[in-house]
Design a protein around this ligand. Structure first.
Ligand code: PHB
Length: 399
């Protein structure tokens, strides 16, 4: 046999082995990925349950950013994979594994709920797959359990409320009741509120809570009426926030005890909440009324594309797309070039509808927090409650 024939036979044997490995499922994820010419993007978001509209807004935002680039990432076509996480923490690991092990995604975008995020986080840390967090603010993801392959484009749970306490005390409200859903997002939002409110000289007279996603607020509102604080501060999100706002007014508290909140309280639901929302003051890293060309163009284009108004979740999805584009462009679509990919995303400045923001060392946005008040179904910006606010990143050691 000639050397030429011998080497041809070797090549054929090798590719036959590869095909065999592929059909028997033995192919290493990296090999499988390298064979596919499309970038595999996984979306793990809530499409049912208490946060369903948030998941939809995030997906819209991601797609809008990528569509603005001709629908490609670093010059490569995209194949999309979707899982509905139902905001159900007990299914978090299983759902993330579907995208990572079964669908072999190159990047997992998700999710909204902090409890579900911890399931994704475990899978992301063990597999090394790139995870972009478009909402969930759970502290551990960018503090004690921070990881080189995990980037957040939204906020840490205590960021919005770190800006809230001082704004309340400045308005003369020195005794407050706090109310929230009792799970990581509510508890960590409280951490930020407690720090800023007590530092500014306020006293928290009572901490009230109910399990997620319970909306039976009545007994707690009766308790608030009896306590007669100067103000109430809260964390709620999604359509349930509209119920809280309406129940608060129906209980006779509106106009008597001012209602403040982490700004999610008044996102995406002002039509549903109606006049009961007027006067609510919140702090958040976005406002529909931001008077910048960037925000105005974004809002116009989003409304045209999806026939609905964007909210903070749509912006976070959009920014997730922008960050992924920066990373993918830097490595010309080769997401396996991890050091260069991570470096590009770490050093990115995102020109967002919320205003420009950068990535902290622990992979969380450094961003402005706006003070907003609801007026006629709009979150009106009335000031900047905190400029260039970074999360502490406490305990983060990138390995
Ligand atoms: C969370 O669970 O981390 C969470 C959910 C909805 C929000 C904010 C935080 O609006």
């Amino acid at each position: 046999m000639t050397t030429d024939l011998k080497s041809r036979r070797l090549v054929l044997t090798r590719s036959a082995a590869l095909i065999g490995a592929a059909s028997s499922g033995l192919l290493l994820p990296e090999m499988a990925r390298a064979q596919s010419s499309k970038i595999r993007v996984g979306l793990m978001l809530p499409y049912t349950g208490a946060f369903a509209p948030l998941g939809v807004a995030i997906e819209n935002g991601v797609r809008m950013a990528i569509n603005e680039q001709g629908g490609k990432l670093g010059g490569r076509e995209i194949e999309w994979f979707k899982v509905d996480d139902e905001s159900e923490p007990s299914k978090g690991i299983e759902n993330a594994s579907k995208l990572v092990q079964r669908d072999k995604v190159d990047v997992l975008i998700g999710t909204v709920h902090s409890g579900v995020q911890m399931g994704i986080h475990k899978v992301a840390r063990e597999s090394g797959v790139l995870n972009l967090i478009p909402n969930a603010g759970v502290h551990a993801a960018t503090r004690s359990q921070c990881a080189p392959n995990v980037f957040r484009t939204s906020f840490s749970n205590s960021q919005p409320t770190l800006a809230l306490g001082e704004a309340m005390v400045k308005r003369g409200h020195k005794k407050a009741v706090w109310i929230t859903w009792k799970y990581a997002a509510g508890d960590e939002a409280f951490e930020g509120f407690k720090e800023s409110y007590t530092k500014a000289g306020g006293t928290i007279v009572k901490e009230l809570g109910l399990p997620f996603p319970n909306v039976e607020f009545q007994a707690l509102l009766t308790e608030i009426a009896a306590l007669k604080p100067d103000a109430v501060a809260c964390f709620f999100a999604g359509p349930s926030g509209a119920k809280f706002i309406k129940d608060y007014a129906a209980a006779g508290l509106k106009g008597k005890i001012p209602l403040y909140g982490s700004g999610f309280l008044t996102e995406g639901l002002l039509d549903a909440a109606g006049p009961a929302a007027d006067g609510i003051m919140t702090t958040l890293h976005y406002s529909d009324s931001l008077d910048t060309p960037r925000n105005k163009t974004f809002r116009l284009e989003y409304a045209k594309a999806f026939r609905m108004q964007p909210d903070v979740y749509a912006v976070q999805g959009y920014d997730t797309g922008l960050l992924l584009i920066k990373g993918a462009n830097a490595v010309k679509g080769d997401l396996s070039a991890k050091p260069a990919l991570y470096k590009a995303m770490e050093s990115a400045t995102i020109d967002s509808p919320r205003g420009k923001w950068t990535m902290s060392k622990s992979h969380n946005p450094v961003q402005d927090m706006y003070l907003r008040v609801v007026e006629n179904k709009e979150n009106k910006v009335i000031g900047i409650a905190a400029k260039g606010l970074a999360d502490s990143g406490a305990g983060c050691k990138m390995s």
